[in-house]
Design a protein around this ligand. Structure first.
Ligand code: 5GP
Length: 138
């Protein structure tokens, strides 16, 4: 039998968490690592490996809760911004194999979270061909 991932175990109450929100389909709780103050995770109760395999309806429910927690971070925690992030597969930093959305409030400096998007456009990237390849498969 496949071993349950850590978030399924949290949903089942086998592992405690600091719960923020719960309904029949969605659970939100504080991330144990608290990369910034108020760092939260929102997950569907049903298991899906990641964002790429979650059905629309459940994805929308999860995103709705993530949006509300993000709004609260701005309104009540004093955050100046929020990153909404979901990692898909190990190559993108996914460590828990159960779809989850990070809500990461951003304050000033001295935070445990840093996101860098460097400009990578080079001559080697053929943007028209790249766009065509994606578009044709959408
Ligand atoms: P990922 O790297 O997969 O996008 O994020 C997984 C997140 O789950 C990490 O930020 C990690 O801190 C969090 N996490 C892992 N185990 C637990 C746990 O037992 N409790 C809570 N609350 N968070 C966890």
């Amino acid at each position: 039998m496949k071993e349950k991932d850590i978030f399924c175990r949290i949903i089942n109450g086998e592992i405690p968490c600091h719960k923020l929100y719960e309904d029949d389909d969605v659970l939100a709780f504080l991330d144990i690592s608290q990369v910034t103050r108020g760092h939260a995770l929102v997950i569907p109760k049903k298991h899906y490996d990641n964002f790429l395999s979650v059905p629309h309806e459940e994805m929308h429910k999860v995103m709705d809760v993530a949006q509300r927690i993000g709004q609260i971070a701005i309104k009540f925690l004093g955050a100046k911004g929020v990153n909404i992030l979901t990692n898909c597969y190990e190559a993108a930093g996914q460590t828990v194999n159960h779809f989850h959305v990070h809500v990461i409030p951003r304050y000033e400096d001295k935070e445990g979270f840093h996101l860098e998007m460097r400009n990578n456009s080079s001559e080697e990237l053929n943007l028209p061909a790249l766009a065509r390849e994606i578009k044709e498969n959408l």
